[in-house]
Design a protein around this ligand. Structure first.
Ligand SMILES: [Zn+2]
Length: 187
């Protein structure tokens, strides 16, 4: 009897020692980002903590991801975090976070810095007029940054990832790569 209790206690302790990630990937063994084609080995957070002031993110919206998908979307996370802080008159914390993120971009994605700082052929006046035509209020002395294919690619990846994560959050299973989401007009 005592041996049985002892074994029971050991098993309970072992269970407690398993990390939150281990428990999570046991519950959700397939990667939510590549259509469930790979086994999940990590917990991916969406939105990523880099989008929040001082990286303080609420601990919600967690999804299972394989290491390739998790690591492969970090540049997209970084790009979205930078772009989300491009405001005229940004508060102090946003400017501080922006400069910290810019240092990461210089290391991880120098092609983005090149794209944002390239001035050749940049028509500032035309860009201002275009933004205002679309209803964006831009002060005359605002700095403008040009985005190109590198930035757009990363933002597209980020948007794609957000859609997959929202699907997982709602259905608790990956969206199949061959599947589609239908909306019923009757509901
Ligand atoms: Zn994956």
């Amino acid at each position: 009897m005592s041996l049985f209790l002892c074994l029971g206690d050991m098993m309970g302790e072992a269970k407690l020692k398993r990390s939150a990630t281990q428990r999570f990937i046991e519950q959700f063994p397939l990667c939510a980002l590549c259509g469930g084609e790979c086994a999940s080995t990590t917990r991916e957070h969406m939105p990523p903590k880099s989008l929040f002031d001082k990286s303080h993110r609420p601990d919600k919206l967690v999804m299972p991801a394989c290491a390739v998908c998790n690591g492969g979307t970090s540049k997209a996370d970084l790009t979205a975090a930078m772009v989300s802080r491009w405001n005229y008159n940004s508060p102090h914390q946003e400017r501080e976070d922006h400069s910290r993120l810019a240092n990461q971009v210089r290391i991880q994605a120098p092609e983005l810095i090149d794209e944002w700082t390239k001035k050749d052929g940049f028509d500032r006046k035309g860009a201002l007029e275009r933004l205002r035509r679309y209803g964006v209020e831009v002060p005359d002395d605002a700095s403008l940054i040009r985005v190109g294919p590198h930035t757009i690619r990363q933002l597209n990846i980020f948007a794609h990832k957000a859609a997959l994560c929202l699907h997982f959050e709602h259905f608790k299973k990956p969206l199949s790569n061959s599947g589609r989401v239908f909306c019923s007009l009757e509901n």
